[in-house]
Design a protein around this ligand. Structure first.
Ligand code: UDP
Length: 240
């Protein structure tokens, strides 16, 4: 190992919603910059960072079901394209502060980014580059959470760090119940049986089958991203 932190290689999932903040133009440059700065601080330590970006700040396929013109697959392709926009924005932000970054897309857009090639992604990581995976899994009917679990397993990353706008997983909805408790740890079983909205079932199951722990944490608290990446206690840990 190159260092003594908990993980050597991590997968950070950043949802589109998290990128939006309260900015009126879909992406808040203050948020992308804070992500870039925190990622920079850990790549300097030698921790390898791969990122999966969502697209919900721009387009979410599922919210178009029932539309008579757009079928679900077409809507989902638009959603996947939205993740590419976020990825390019994030890449530009990272490179503006000197972090070498590659975007790889799940379907070809060769003028814009590299196609996803697993071994090449791993090579980039080994060289200290950040790799941003865009266009989800490349398939309609999936989510970027599932893409995060999938890419994590493929590149042998050790954990999915899910950056959200909440502190972690609660035993009830904290927006409606002021007594809702933040949970420190959970099993996969807890998540599926209690129907806690952490990730969709496909993503959870993929993590469980591959023994990939998930950390759900708040990216709006300064220092949280780098803490999560360094393996310090933050948010809710799901595993076992
Ligand atoms: N999407 C898809 N297949 C994937 C990943 C994403 O079809 O493998 C589409 C889907 O329409 C989704 C949209 O892309 O609503 C944006 O992704 P997601 O909702 O997961 O983004 P997030 O919630 O993380 O912002």
């Amino acid at each position: 190992p190159k260092h003594s932190y908990k993980w050597q290689r991590i997968l950070l999932k950043v949802s589109g919603e998290a990128l939006a903040g309260d900015h009126t133009q879909n992406i808040d440059p203050k948020i992308t910059m804070s992500i870039a700065r925190e990622v920079a601080s850990v790549t300097r330590l030698g921790i390898e960072v791969a990122i999966v970006v969502g697209g919900g700040n721009i387009f979410r396929g599922s919210s178009w079901t029932g539309n008579s013109v757009l079928d679900r697959s077409s809507a989902d392709y638009i959603g996947m394209l939205a993740t590419v926009m976020n990825a390019i924005f994030l890449q530009a932000t990272m490179e503006s502060i000197g972090i070498p970054t590659r975007v790889q897309t799940a379907f070809r857009m060769s003028e814009v980014a590299e196609p996803y090639i697993r071994r090449r992604a791993v090579r980039h990581l080994e060289k200290g580059r950040v790799v941003i995976f865009a266009a989800g899994t490349g398939n309609p009917f999936f989510t970027t959470d599932t893409a995060a679990a999938l890419r994590c397993a493929e590149i042998n990353a050790e954990v999915v760090l899910k950056a959200t706008n909440v502190d972690g997983v609660y035993d009830d909805d904290p927006r409606h119940n002021p007594n809702a408790r933040l949970l420190d740890t959970l099993t996969y079983q807890d998540v599926t049986s209690k129907d806690l909205s952490v990730m969709d079932m496909t993503a959870i199951t993929l993590c469980q089958e591959n023994n990939i722990p998930i950390v759900v944490f708040n990216l709006n608290k300064p220092g949280n991203i780098s803490k999560a990446i360094k393996g310090e206690r933050v948010g809710t840990l799901i595993g076992g």
